[in-house]
Design a binder for this molecule. Structure first.
Ligand code: KQY
Length: 364
């Protein structure tokens, strides 16, 4: 049985590894809620299946599915993908799932943060979120992994990126948002992150690009590609909706040093030429408690929301003029990994992308 541990990862010599470190498998949840996904989630399910298939070329994938969708998901997913029954409120395991930590002996543990649907009753995206909040416990029971809890401290995995060597990237827009930990100061939040993820330095970028959904998760803006090197969204088109945020993040990263005192090497990653506009909003059910969606609203379509896997990169593609450029730029950042593009507009319409719907478990 997976145990609850009362100390902290730092006290026990555990740290969060970089995503580029060796992984055991990737976890996903299966989308189905008709008030978030258009057309009863059927197109999104095809996109999730394509993402799972792409990852499974490189390493094992487990997809967690509600009892109602179990047989359908089993049919849609390739046989090499493991399908297990699990209830959740939606399909964003990056955010509601466990954050894994490792020690030098190769042991793996997990942090089970409080999850409140990106802002709780202040500006959260749906209610309730109780089943999402149980996902880390269920994943860790399946894997026999002991967990740390952070009662009263809210965090989503998409709001952080680490280099595995003591540095974390995040945004003020998200971590200081009133719906997360309103009674904590920026310094107290930093201390909590340092204690649980075993860090010495937090690099704060001011804004993310989706103030109304995740309150600006870092995983649409920047990430570590290896220690000392980051990728950052970039556009020179002043009319692009994310121009200011991209310029601002790039400048912050160029001026930053990491926990080891290194000046960061910053790689530019293009944005899509055309914003991705939501189509078919009339097929998304409106219900009280869920943020309503409007036809033509800008969906957050960032190439940055890729997933690093063993030997590969799974990169969003939108049918945009810049798709090929994004593949080229990411391939140049990761010469030893194969970049696989997957069309993911359907995931963007739901509010996220490949990184948001996956959670890597380190090999340890
Ligand atoms: O990490 C994410 N991008 C999750 C967004 C949730 C959107 C729900 N509509």
């Amino acid at each position: 049985m997976a145990k609850r541990i009362e100390s902290t990862p730092k006290a026990d010599g555990f740290r969060m590894p970089g995503e580029f470190e060796e992984q055991k498998q990737v976890w996903m949840l299966w989308p189905e809620r008709p008030d978030n996904w258009r057309n009863g989630a059927k197109p999104a399910q095809k996109a999730f299946a394509a993402v799972a298939k792409a990852i499974s070329q490189f390493e094992p994938v487990t997809v967690c599915v509600s009892p109602a969708q179990y047989q359908h998901a089993r049919y849609e997913l390739p046989s090499e993908v493991r399908v297990v029954e699990m209830t959740s409120n939606d399909a964003w395991i990056r955010d509601c799932g466990p954050t894994f930590v490792v020690n030098d002996k190769g042991d793996v543990r997990a942090i089970d943060w409080d999850f409140n649907s990106w802002g709780g009753l202040y500006d959260g995206l749906y209610f309730p979120w109780d089943q999402d909040d149980l996902v880390p416990q269920k994943v860790c029971e399946i894997e026999g992994i002991d967990t740390y809890r952070t009662p009263g401290f809210v965090l989503e995995g998409g709001s952080i990126h680490v280099d595995g060597e003591g540095t974390l990237l995040t945004t003020e827009m998200c971590l200081l948002s009133p719906g997360r930990n309103p009674d904590m100061t920026k310094e107290e939040i930093e201390e909590k992150l340092k204690e649980y993820l075993n860090l010495e330095k937090v690099i704060w970028i001011r804004d993310g690009i989706d103030p109304y959904e995740t309150n600006g998760h870092i995983d649409d803006v920047a990430c570590f590609i290896r220690p000392g090197e980051v990728a950052c969204i970039w556009t020179e088109d002043e009319n692009h909706p994310f121009y200011r945020q991209a310029q601002d993040a790039y400048k912050t990263l160029c001026e930053a040093t990491d926990a080891k005192g290194r000046k960061l090497k910053v790689h530019k990653l293009c944005l899509s030429k055309e914003p991705c506009y939501l189509k078919g909003a009339d097929t998304i059910e409106c219900i009280e408690g869920t943020l309503p969606r409007e036809e033509g609203e800008v969906s957050i379509a960032s190439y940055m929301n890729f997933l690093i896997v063993n030997g590969g990169i799974i990169l969003p593609q939108y049918g945009d003029e810049n798709d090929a450029l994004a593949i080229e730029q990411v391939q140049a950042m990761f010469p030893d990994r194969k970049v696989v593009g997957v069309r993911t507009e359907e995931i963007a319409y739901g509010g996220g992308n490949i990184h948001c719907i996956t959670q890597q478990q380190p090999r340890g």
